[in-house]
Design a protein around this ligand. Structure first.
Ligand code: SAH
Length: 515
């Protein structure tokens, strides 16, 4: 029997974006005990699709199957042929029509402008601090969003002069250069500095000469309690590695013998009827020779591709992660009552959320005298359930197996907004969260219609050709499309703000109740 996790739902890429499948609640799956057999030596002659595929296969032959999170990390940000960090084919661009996917800032400049206006509104609401403001973007892609934000903010002189540093957290050295070219100019030179274990790079923005600092990790940017950080992460959390678990009923021979189960007098009717269950981790291993798409349960749309070189298997024993991650939150513990439940956990996402929260609100050990700043997280995932079965691969605007051509396929998974809220509020007593709200709701509250009308006036003034007019009109409408697979519905916006007992609802989130 196969796991549902292998059967990713089929869903056409109408928007050619990295948008998700329809959101899922906890899913049930048939038990999957596909065993792992170390790849025989003859396999070494196999032609692997990418250098990373060969490397992964060799590593797994040595260590045994690897957690999904390890696979994702190696595929996306590993040194060997990682999708973002490795040596992609010369000239390959992940973004845009010729790349693999498009994102909202690349679709319409109005998106970034409204995010800029949101930060200005927050800066004003927080008493217009005159100094110590930091703009931090995590996973900035081509730098388009920050460019649109900075172009917008420069119209607000008070805020511009309060900005001390703009930080760009970017794992890819190639994308850091693309971002520098856009924000500082092609001729501008980045200067490299060593900070602790990290290299950081500096350059000057073309907007008001603001200082921009690049780092490959947020850890390279020390939190300081006298700063006001405004943080944005758009389509970043979905690229963070996930662990996936499935609940299995232990076979009768493995049902633990406890005094309770062996002594009918003391056992409750429930304990006699409920089988013992364990969380098992989904692991990645090479696909055995001769495996077919039917064996793997590959969705029809992906069956004209070669059989993926890797597959998910269910661990036959309880891994270290299966021991502690499903116990790490009451939200996960509640799933244990659902037979065959599946769910995904993204520990990195909680680490980032905790980091954002402590920068804004301080922590119990390093309190901030006055919490300040804000984080805006825009991504896709269910608003109020735990993601399951959501890993997907995208290549050249097409859904492909996440286990094919490792390092050349974009991988992403639904974001667990509930886990972000939980991690942020546990990490800092000085923050509160609002949302997630649908992107359409947020952008409309931010005045997307009015901003588009300003464009119209320029259009009517004849500054654009007819086809350009149509493109501008359809692009912003695409961002707020509330259809079942529309970007306005599927993308969600969450904010982490200084704690205020929920009294001041931020613009874009009016009326929403915190989870
Ligand atoms: N925000 C951009 C790009 C989204 S793609 C947009 O919306 O257009 C994801 C981005 O995150 C890329 O820039 C990628 O290089 C970066 N990234 C992925 N994993 C990362 C990590 N672990 N640390 C830092 N950057 C990462």
């Amino acid at each position: 029997m196969r796991s549902n996790l292998l059967r990713t739902a089929q869903c056409g890429l109408r928007y050619l974006s990295r948008r998700p499948l329809l959101s899922h609640g906890p899913k049930v799956a048939h038990q999957c005990y596909r065993g792992f057999a170390a790849t025989p030596a003859t396999r070494e002659e196999k032609q692997w699709s990418t250098p990373l595929a060969k490397h992964l296969s060799e590593a797994i032959n040595t260590t045994g199957p690897i957690p999904l999170a390890t696979y994702m990390r190696m595929c996306l940000t590993g040194d060997i042929d990682g999708y973002y960090t490795g040596a992609m084919e010369a000239g390959h661009d992940q973004f845009g029509r010729k790349g693999d996917f498009v994102t909202s800032p690349e679709i319409s400049q109005i998106f970034g402008e409204l995010i800029g206006v949101w930060f200005v509104a927050e800066w004003m609401s927080q008493g217009r601090p005159k100094q110590g403001v930091e703009l931090i973007e995590i996973g900035p892609g081509r730098g388009t969003l920050m460019d649109d934000i900075l172009r917008t903010i420069r119209n607000f002189k008070g805020m511009t002069s309060s900005i001390e540093t703009i930080y760009m957290v970017e794992a890819s050295s190639e994308l850091r250069t693309v971002q520098k070219n856009l924000l500082c100019g092609e001729d501008a030179e980045m200067t490299e500095y060593i900070r602790g274990w990290h290299s950081i790079y500096k350059c000057t923005s073309k907007y008001n000469g603001l200082r921009i600092v690049w780092a490959d990790s947020l850890k390279a940017i020390p939190p300081e309690s006298n700063k006001t950080p405004f943080i944005v992460a758009h389509e970043f959390f979905d690229a963070l590695p996930i662990h996936a678990f499935q609940l299995v009923d232990l076979p009768p021979t493995q049902q633990p013998t406890t005094p309770e189960s062996s002594n009918n007098k003391t056992s409750s009717p429930d304990s006699a009827a409920t089988p013992k269950r364990e969380w098992r981790e989904m692991l990645v291993s090479p696909t055995p020779e001769g495996t077919t798409h039917a064996d793997l349960g590959t969705p029809q749309a992906e069956r004209h591709d070669p059989v993926p070189e890797f597959q998910l298997t269910l661990s036959s024993s309880v891994t270290r992660h299966a021991q502690y991650l499903p116990e790490s939150s009451p939200r996960y513990r509640a799933l244990k009552s659902i037979p065959n439940a599946l769910f995904e956990v993204c520990p990195d996402s909680s680490i980032y959320a905790s980091d954002f929260a402590t920068r804004i609100g301080g922590s119990s050990t390093t309190p901030k005298s006055r919490p300040s700043g804000a984080a805006l997280i825009i991504d896709y995932g269910p608003a109020d359930t735990i993601p399951a079965n959501s890993l997907r691969g995208i290549r050249q605007h097409r859904r492909v197996s996440p286990f094919a051509a490792p390092g050349q396929v974009d991988l992403s998974a639904d974001v667990d907004f509930g886990a972000i809220v939980e991690a942020a509020t546990i990490a800092s007593p000085g923050v509160e969260c609002h949302g997630p709200v649908d992107q359409a709701y947020f952008l409309e509250a931010m005045g997307v219609q009015q901003r588009a009308e300003m464009f119209w006036r320029k259009l009517e003034a004849g500054l654009y050709a007819d086809n350009k007019k149509k493109e501008i009109e359809s692009s912003w409408r695409r961002l707020v499309d509330r259809g079942p697979n529309g970007m306005g519905k599927i993308y969600k916006v969450l904010t982490i703000l200084p704690e205020n007992e929920g009294r001041r609802r931020p613009v874009g989130f009016g009326g929403d109740v915190n989870p």
